[in-house]
Design a protein around this ligand. Structure first.
Ligand SMILES: C[S@@+](CC[C@H](N)C(=O)[O-])C[C@H]1O[C@@H](n2cnc3c(N)ncnc32)[C@H](O)[C@@H]1O
Length: 643
């Protein structure tokens, strides 16, 4: 099945109303910090710990079972019945009995499966296409060609014994481990299904002595359905806090590495006043008949959660009527082989989207694997080829590397560079924040923290600059660049507000003056509406190009100061325009000018932070809607006091 647009749809439009999950659970790591019903953040636990404020245990539940926590009695009464009647409370003790089980790392997929088994048990007969749900299995379903429950693909046949189970997925980096991975996945699913079956039976007070393999088919199907259809629920900061399965209107959307849609979550229990219509419709792949015949769930057929994170699908490209709507199942900033390996190991399909099939390889995929030699050559060389070349493989790590390879460097667009910038930016920020909280009265530590904030901001700017370059070739990276620009803006805003620079922001009478001087420095007036958010009437493209020009102009004025604490960063001549890499000597040049943190530079850091936030918000408005743009103004909320 797939979903298609029922009309021409412009970029940045909601394609579905907010859809409630069929079921959802928190990840184990969020169980003690978030409400299990509305997913709001709970206040920090009391010390010493007390029992949960709203116990929800009218049934018998094992004493040592961690209970879900709720923010209010109403949340408790919403979620507790399903939690208790699904058998979830028994899972913990069952997993304790097998300490080596991989499900001990995170049991959320099992808890979600338990909830779904319970919910599916109440479905009208014609949706229960499973051996354990007696009734309407067609011959196709019986021979396993189409294993669906409530219209959702279980993919069990493929995940467990598909013909192409040992499909030689040719990924040079994965190499010889694929058989072992397959076995691990098979074992994991089998073991998970058994635990689900036991927990269910304990809940129903049935004999829990389950050993025979064919007794777990239903549980395997539901667990595979979760692995195939569940999406990670992220909070506002992008942290993954839960996992949810949605109805077919969402779950029938296929993957593409150059998708035309993305999705976002609405948390909380409140309802939207205005509900956009469903603008996509199911279309069966050849031979599957009409979408609705295949279990497209109609309103009211399934007892859906009346609560939980709602999902909204949104276009990130213009979509023509009848065109397939696709989303990304994997990180699009990975090179082709990594994406394909991940999709194969999780879903058992080989992606044949335009980006994967491009000949020659898509620019972005090439760039994500580019390494270069700063003196001899500049160009795309495959890291995988190098890694597997005989001289490197056979080398003893203690012997000297060859002259050529020792000089090869990862290009700033290389996916490993991007991962490193992400990690370094957040590591420096966390360390700086720890230092400033713990040693706020020691001058040297304050200075140290300030330097780390600077380096963190520099890495986040470099990350935004490198990803933005790739985005200009692959527009579906819009979600990623929106976040990266916002992060860079926030980092620099924090820096400009940091305690060492506080005097610069604390002189109240000059605030407004400061802001207006700052915005005047930006000749093209692209920040004019910051002071009057309601007067935003510049066209998207025009505003985008003005903001970019300003960012290009301001960056060189602050970069040497931001980069001054790191020998690596000092070698990056410009973090948002990498044309300097094309000249052989360029990368050897350190930046020497203007390392001073003078008043002028501070002003530019502040100005650049506002531009980056504004730029990120502009892209966010495509993928998350106008409210995302307004969030930028909330981040800049302290500016309101200037106005
Ligand atoms: C969430 S479902 C999407 C809907 C699914 N096509 C169906 O018929 O129900 C995910 C599964 O769809 C299939 N799928 C999704 N995207 C695909 C793609 N680009 N190429 C091939 N199969 C894909 C895979 O079998 C995957 O496990």
């Amino acid at each position: 099945m797939e979903m298609r647009a029922i009309e021409d749809i412009a970029i940045g439009q909601d394609l579905t109303p907010p859809l409630r999950p069929l079921a959802f659970v928190l990840r184990d790591s969020a169980l003690s910090s978030h409400c299990s019903a509305c997913l709001s953040t709970l206040p920090p636990p009391e010390f010493p710990p007390f029992a949960p404020a709203f116990p929800q245990n009218p049934y018998h539940v094992p004493i040592d079972t961690p209970s879900p926590l709720y923010c209010s009695p109403s949340c408790s009464s919403l979620d507790s019945p399903l939690h208790l009647s699904s058998g979830e409370p028994h899972l913990h003790s069952l997993l304790l009995q097998s300490p080596t089980s991989t499900w001990n790392d995170d049991s959320s997929d099992l808890r979600l499966s338990l909830r779904l088994v319970h919910i599916f048990g109440k479905l009208p007969q014609h949706y229960r296409f499973s051996p354990k749900f007696p009734g309407s299995m067609s011959s196709d379903q019986k021979n396993g060609a189409l294993e669906r429950i409530a219209g959702l693909m279980t993919n069990r046949e493929n995940l467990l014994f598909g013909e192409n189970r040992n499909h030689q997925f040719q990924c040079s980096d994965e190499g010889d481990n694929s058989d072992e991975n397959d076995e691990n996945i098979l074992e994991r699913i089998r073991e998970g299904a058994k635990v689900i079956a036991k927990a269910r039976r304990m809940c129903l007070d049935e004999n829990v002595n389950v050993e025979k393999q064919d007794e777990f088919v239903l549980e395997e199907m539901v667990l595979c359905l979760v692995l195939t259809n569940a999406v990670e629920v992220q909070d506002k900061s992008g942290c993954c806090i839960g996992v949810a399965v949605y109805e077919t209107a969402f779950s029938w959307i296929n993957h593409s590495c150059s998708p035309n849609a993305c999705y976002r979550f609405l948390m909380g229990l409140e309802d939207n006043v205005e509900l956009p219509a469903l603008r996509i419709t199911p279309a069966a792949k050849s031979g599957c008949g009409n979408g609705y015949d295949n279990g497209f769930i109609m309103e009211g057929d399934v007892e859906k959660n009346g609560y939980g994170p709602r999902i909204i699908v949104r276009s990130i490209k213009a979509v023509n009527k009848g065109e397939e709507v696709t989303i990304a199942y994997t990180d699009l900033l990975q090179p082709k082989e990594m994406r394909r390996a991940e999709l194969w190991s999780k879903y058992r399909f080989s992606c044949s989207c335009k980006r994967c099939g491009a000949m020659p390889e898509a620019y972005v995929d090439n760039a994500l694997q580019t390494i270069y030699h700063p003196v001899i050559q500049y160009g795309a060389v495959r890291i995988s080829k190098l890694a597997h070349s005989r001289p490197l493989k056979q080398q003893n790590p203690r012997t000297k590397r060859s002259k050529i390879t020792s000089k090869l460097k990862l290009h700033p667009y290389h996916y490993l560079s991007l991962n490193a910038y992400t990690a370094l930016s957040s590591a420096y920020k966390v360390h700086a924040s720890d230092l400033s909280v713990l040693n706020s009265d020691i001058e040297t530590q304050k200075l140290e923290a300030f330097k780390m904030y600077k380096t963190s901001a520099a890495y986040s700017l470099l990350l935004a600059g490198a990803a933005h370059h790739l985005f200009t070739f692959e527009s579906s990276l819009v979600t990623t660049v929106a976040n990266f620009w916002m992060n860079a803006g926030e980092s620099m805003l924090n820096l400009s507000r940091s305690f060492l620079w506080a005097p610069f922001l604390n002189l109240s009478p000059t605030h407004l003056e400061f802001l207006s001087v700052s915005t005047q420095k930006c000749n093209c007036r692209c920040l004019g509406d910051i002071l009057e958010p309601n007067s935003r009437n510049m066209e998207f493209e025009e505003l985008k190009s003005r903001l970019h020009k300003c960012i290009e102009n301001i960056t060189p004025k602050v970069w040497s100061m931001l980069a001054s604490e790191s020998s690596f960063l000092k070698k990056i001549r410009n973090p948002i325009d990498f044309s300097w890499l094309a000249s052989p000597e360029a990368s050897m040049v350190s930046i020497l000018e203007g390392e001073e943190c003078d008043e002028q530079v501070r002003m530019y850091v502040f100005l650049l932070s506002i531009h980056c936030l504004r730029y990120g918000a502009l892209f966010s408005s495509i993928c998350y809607g106008l409210s995302a743009e307004m969030n930028c103004y909330t981040t800049l909320g302290f500016l309101k006091e200037f106005a």
